[in-house]
Design a protein around this ligand. Sequence first.
Ligand code: CA
Ligand code: CA
Length: 111
Amino acid sequence: MSEFPWIACRGNGSKLVEIETTDEYDFVKELAQDMNTTAVHIGGTDALSDGTMIWWSSLQPVNLTAWAPGFSNNFYTTGDDCLLLEQFNDYKVNTGDCNSRLSYIRERDLN
Ligand SMILES: [Ca+2]
Ligand SMILES: [Ca+2]
């Protein structure tokens, strides 16, 4: 995969998945497990303001519980501004490089 994840998601009515509920996290985690890949991008970032994680499309605060040890909704990092689910952490959430060309999971409204 050669495009940045958010570029690949443009124009087809989808976006990087934004996880609003525990059920949605469980669903996304299962997809990631099925993909059996080292890490997947999801649609959260603190690129606009370090330490404030928001979802790209809704701009709503990220409110996740499945953080990898040491990470949180307000984890401060000046470098890794995007959110990943990483296999070695059992697909818990941590921050990563927005420009990594990793796999990603998208979502799309059905209505
Ligand atoms: Ca969602
Ligand atoms: Ca950051």
